[in-house]
Ligand binder design. Structure first.
Ligand code: 13P
Ligand code: SF4
Length: 301
């Protein structure tokens, strides 16, 4: 039987739904019931009636779905698919920062392990970080683990003081200002749309800075017919699907998150068939990691 039919059959048999991040392979996005950025996926997971959530993305996405939905089975088709940034600070360092800045709120990017979430006051995604940090009563903010997203949010909120951690996304942080100049020279007039995980020197050259869904919405809503896209290449699938008459140029070399590409149709079928890749968390850790995620969902409303 064709792999797509097998997945459809298994989904029905197991009351499962497939959620995919914009960075996974085109054929996985094509097979998904819902596609979105980290915020959309975490919000959506809470409202779905199905018993099994197949999360096509990296491990913090599967963990977040499980933390928010303890009663559901969450399957990660490849548990090795991980986000390097999610591990770029230790709980010990967070504790030391808290001790040095007792009045600060610890704001944790959702791209983090469940353990790091347990040390945090509130989670954010790139789509809601500005709104949430602005809404916090604290003047001092400890932003973990991503320094670049933290610096971008700080640049928009001069009334607050930020303490950064030196974490970064290896895919976005390697993009340079010279890469943007080269893309602009090759595609004059095309607006530059960049993800806030890029370094400040890159974001300074962007016409728009936003999450993956922000970039998609911007390109769809605007009338220019060509755009320079400064984020992971997987977003190209939806950009092209939603905008058949427009051109999208990724910077060179094309940013590619190998871990996101670990997810294949074969692995989705295997996870559904065998139950392998189920996300499990201890109750105590899950409930402590749930508080900052719930706080995020409440403040983002
Ligand atoms: P979004 O918050 O835009 O989904 O980004 C997630 C991510 O991993 C970016 O590298
Ligand atoms: Fe993590 Fe970067 Fe991959 Fe996003 S693109 S999952 S931040 S390594």
């Amino acid at each position: 039987m064709e792999i797509r039919e097998t997945i459809q059959r298994l989904k029905k048999e197991q009351d499962a739904v497939i959620l995919a991040h914009y960075y996974v392979r085109d054929e996985v996005q094509e097979m998904a019931d819902y596609i979105g950025d980290s915020f959309y996926l975490s919000k959506l997971a809470v409202d779905l009636p199905q018993k099994t959530l197949v999360v096509c993305g990296v491990s913090f996405m599967g963990e977040s779905a499980k933390i928010l939905n303890p009663g559901k089975r969450v399957l990660l088709p490849d548990p090795k698919a991980d986000c390097a940034m999610a591990h770029m600070i230790t709980p010990e360092k967070v504790a030391a920062l808290r001790q040095a800045h007792p009045k600060a709120a610890v704001v944790c990017y959702i791209n983090s392990t469940a353990e790091l979430k347990t040390c945090s006051d509130v989670c954010v995604t790139s789509a809601n970080a500005l709104k949430i940090v602005r809404a916090l009563p604290n003047e001092e903010i400890i932003f973990i683990p991503d320094e670049n997203l933290g610096r971008y949010i700080a640049s928009q909120l001069p009334e607050k003081t930020f303490i950064f951690n030196d974490g970064h996304c290896p895919i976005h942080a390697r993009i340079t200002a010279a890469d943007i100049d080269a893309a602009k020279a090759a595609h004059p007039g095309a607006p530059v749309l960049a993800h806030p995980e890029c370094v400040p020197a890159v974001l300074e050259k962007a016409d728009y800075v936003g999450s993956t869904s922000g970039i998609l919405n911007y390109a769809t809503a605007h009338s220019e017919t060509a755009y320079i896209i400064v984020t992971e290449c997987g977003i190209g699938y939806k950009l092209r699907q939603q905008n058949p008459g427009k051109e999208f140029f990724f910077i060179t070399p094309t940013p590619t998150c190998e871990d996101m590409k670990f997810i294949t149709l074969e692995k989705i079928a295997h996870a559904l068939e065998t139950g392998e890749g189920e996300v499990t968390l201890e109750d105590a850790q899950r409930s402590r990691a749930n508080a900052p995620l719930e706080q995020m969902l409440a403040l983002a409303k």
